[in-house]
Design a protein around this ligand. Structure first.
Ligand SMILES: Nc1ncnc2c1ncn2[C@@H]1O[C@H](COP(=O)(O)OP(=O)(O)O)[C@@H](O)[C@H]1O
Ligand SMILES: [Mg+2]
Length: 251
């Protein structure tokens, strides 16, 4: 589903990603963990072109979003193609980014209607079903300001799913939430994983990574330091750096 190869990303002189390579298979749930500033968000943002890479290649479901030619020059797919490729990925951010002037239901139907041209009668039952799935059927006509953080994040998940993505990218979806609200969001994500959605999840929720992920990636200072099954990473990491990170985050 995703083949990212040798991704380099610089912000001025600072190299945020130093040659990241990651392949994700259909239905796989990959958790990315690592200290703050290690490039986790930047990597996710590169995958769906919120950031442009400086070197490397990204292929999504067999379609080239960007490659580097023999002369080392970066080549992105043209704008309409790139947009279509990135539409295969839905993203959920730490900050929910809901439209405050739209109701929950309107937030969910907005992108399918404006971006894909889906008609309201067609998207309405889809949106209702998605909101039911994330447990918000009774909040459809509320405005985001009336919701808790956990509810807002579940709306954000439903909204991303309304675009029918093949891949979901989550960037610390529970980090902005009070501890008692993280469970309901993790439950919605767990449910998605059980339905075999392909997912990349940047998270500090080690319990979630351990139980739900098929593979865990440890990033540090712009590199993948090690990767393995949750058992390998959490029980017997091969890198000292991974071990000290886990010692700090483990409760
Ligand atoms: N737009 C930007 N401009 C300059 N530096 C950035 C920008 N975005 C991220 N960085 C830097 O890149 C590094 C990786 O950031 P980030 O991907 O957000 O890390 P993480 O998500 O792992 O905490 C950090 O040192 C951060 O300050
Ligand atoms: Mg981040």
């Amino acid at each position: 589903m995703i083949q990212a190869t040798n991704i380099h990303k610089r912000f001025k002189q600072f190299e945020a990603l130093k040659g990241i390579s990651l392949e994700v298979a259909k239905g796989e749930v990959v958790a990315i963990i690592g200290p703050s500033g290690s490039g986790k968000s930047t990597f996710l943002r590169c995958l769906n072109r919120l950031e442009m890479i400086d070197e490397g290649s990204i292929v999504i479901e067999g379609e080239e979003l960007v490659t580097t030619n023999a002369e080392g020059k970066i080549q992105y797919a043209n704008e309409p193609e790139a947009r279509l490729i990135c539409r295969k990925m839905g993203m959920v951010f730490q900050q929910f980014n809901l439209f405050p002037h739209l109701t929950v239901l309107q937030n969910v139907v907005e992108a399918p209607m404006t971006v894909k041209g889906v008609k309201y009668p067609e998207i309405l039952p889809v949106a209702q079903e998605l909101l039911r799935k994330v447990g918000l059927e009774d909040k459809m006509n509320n405005y985001p300001s009336r919701l808790s953080g956990g509810q807002k994040q579940r709306v954000a998940i439903a909204r991303a799913l309304a675009m029918k993505p093949d891949i979901m990218l989550f960037d610390e979806p529970t980090s902005a939430l009070d501890p008692e609200l993280t469970g309901e969001v993790l439950k919605a994500m767990r449910q998605l994983a059980e339905e075999h959605m392909t997912m990349i999840v940047v998270t500090h929720e080690m319990g979630f990574a351990r139980e739900v992920a098929n593979r865990v990636i440890f990033m540090d200072k712009g590199e993948i330091l090690e990767e393995g099954t949750p058992e390998e990473i959490f029980e017997k990491p091969s890198q000292q750096r991974t071990q000290s990170f886990l010692n700090v985050v483990a409760k």
